[in-house]
Design a protein around this ligand. Sequence first.
Ligand code: M6R
Length: 610
Amino acid sequence: MCGIIGYTGRKNAVPILLDGLKALEYRGYDSSGISVFQDGRITTVKSKGRIEENEKKVNNEYPGLYSTCGTGHTRWATHGEPSDINSHPHTTENVSLVHNGIIENYAEIRSELCNKGYTFISETDTEAACLLIDSLYRESHDHLTAIKTALRRIKGSYAFGIMFGDNPGKIYAVKKDSPLICAVSEHGAFIASDITAVLKHTREIYIMNDGETAELSADSVTFCDAEGKHISKSPEITELSMEQAEKSGFAHFMLKEIHEQPQAIKRTVASLILNDITSYTAPGLTADRIKNCRHIHIAACGTAMHAGLVGKYFIEKNARIGVNVEIASEFRYKNPVIDKDDIFIAISQSGETADTLAALRLAKESGLFTIAVVNVKGSAIAREADGVIYTQAGPEIAVASTKAYTVQCCTLFMLSLLLGYHRGLMTKDVINERCRLLTDTAPQKINDVLKDSDKILSISKKIAEHENIFFIGRCIDSSLACEASLKLKEISYIHSEAYMAGELKHGTISLIKEGTPVIAIITENTLSEKTISNIKETASRGADITVICDERIILPKDVCSNIIYVPHIDSGLTFLTATVAFQLLAYHTANERGCDIDKPRNLAKSVTVE
Ligand code: M6R
């Protein structure tokens, strides 16, 4: 949700913090700020708007600002509108604090502190934590004691970066249910919400666990556990490169990430199959467990949930196991009907989504075997699931998920083959053939769509003029329609709805009038005639039809005004080329409308609050 960076070392912290914030901006971008030690006190500069706004403020109002220690924050507002005052860091005479997460009992803490004479200036939950630590420090005169005592009082989720005015050069970091890493470079130590913020300086990373406290100074990082005992942690050397975190000549991260899909699929499949598909498994997902499983529950949010719908289609088809796909925020409160032999799958690109994490925890408490399909190594969901299957999309920076979705779908497809194998429904030969399709054929065919995107660009110019659009499809194509609709909405701000093609006539068709754009997706060969009938029903009522269609399906001439033929891939895998087509359509449409594609309004990449 929000992005945190902290640096203490031998270089000027100001440009390092601003640069780190730019790398984290995808996590939230309605306001930002930095705090640094200067002339024996903490100076805080913060402002509403993008990082550039705050950078201008630093340069104009604090020219030559120099410090070797500081923290920074980029915000996605929860409590209180985006404004200078509500931005982080929150700073008192003694304490400066940056926060990612939500403090659930902030109102209680706030009223206690008001009774003690404190005055709040912001509407945020975070200020309550800042002032609480301030008051506890006044009592104990001990930095760590003040932090530990505050944490016993605070309910909710947090990653905190904390500095004390009388302790220059030192940063404290703690976390619970929000991500935070520490890192050490040749010139200093860092805290950050994720690795991309420090990649320019180091690849040596420490992933923090809930309850741990880190104490950073220019030369070292030390850790202690929840009881305050010193612990030794070994650094991990990240495989991520700067190139992966940069646009590399593309106009937007989203476009770069769409183009990265062939390689991402190859990497993901290769990492899963090793020598033999049947050896591909998440730890603990034994043949017996697969045979005994009667039901699978998938929980995820947004695009990851849409990947779950594609996974449901393949698992039911290839393994004949019933699958429930749940929106994670609903799963945890709906008292789900589950059996001890059921398997639970959490899908998440970031591995930090609060709702998905909570659903996973509920499934574990209920005694289910849990698998996580996650893109970010060492993330909370990956660590907490019984078994983890990592997708190999590489860092996904654009808020709109593209490559993470396709590799999630491919991973679930592979999982469906494995489940089918252990249930006696798939032979090794068939499975090997499907894997070959994924590693060789699919990337080539996706490249063909990417090379030939001019037609999509020209259709997007027309779509861009509308404010209401419908996506329709049947079976797997209705799941694709959901994702196509979300993609278009979130980056172009065009209202759109996804419908199962056969359902439209049960009410929604009343919204179709002369010129209403309807985009139909047809990759499901066996149902093409049915979908074409539904297309005709809307065309008869004036709809302007675009069809994204498997090249092997022959469409009647009079059925639509635009056709985007996509390359066929056997075994139901044409959904991959259709996906790339609708991603490009959304991208070009948003671009046509002049939208901020990588940072759509009101959104953030990683949603670490409920
Ligand atoms: O990191 P996750 O996969 O758990 O994120 C889930 C959703 O927040 C995410 O897919 C969101 O819907 C994207 N912005 C869609 O493009």
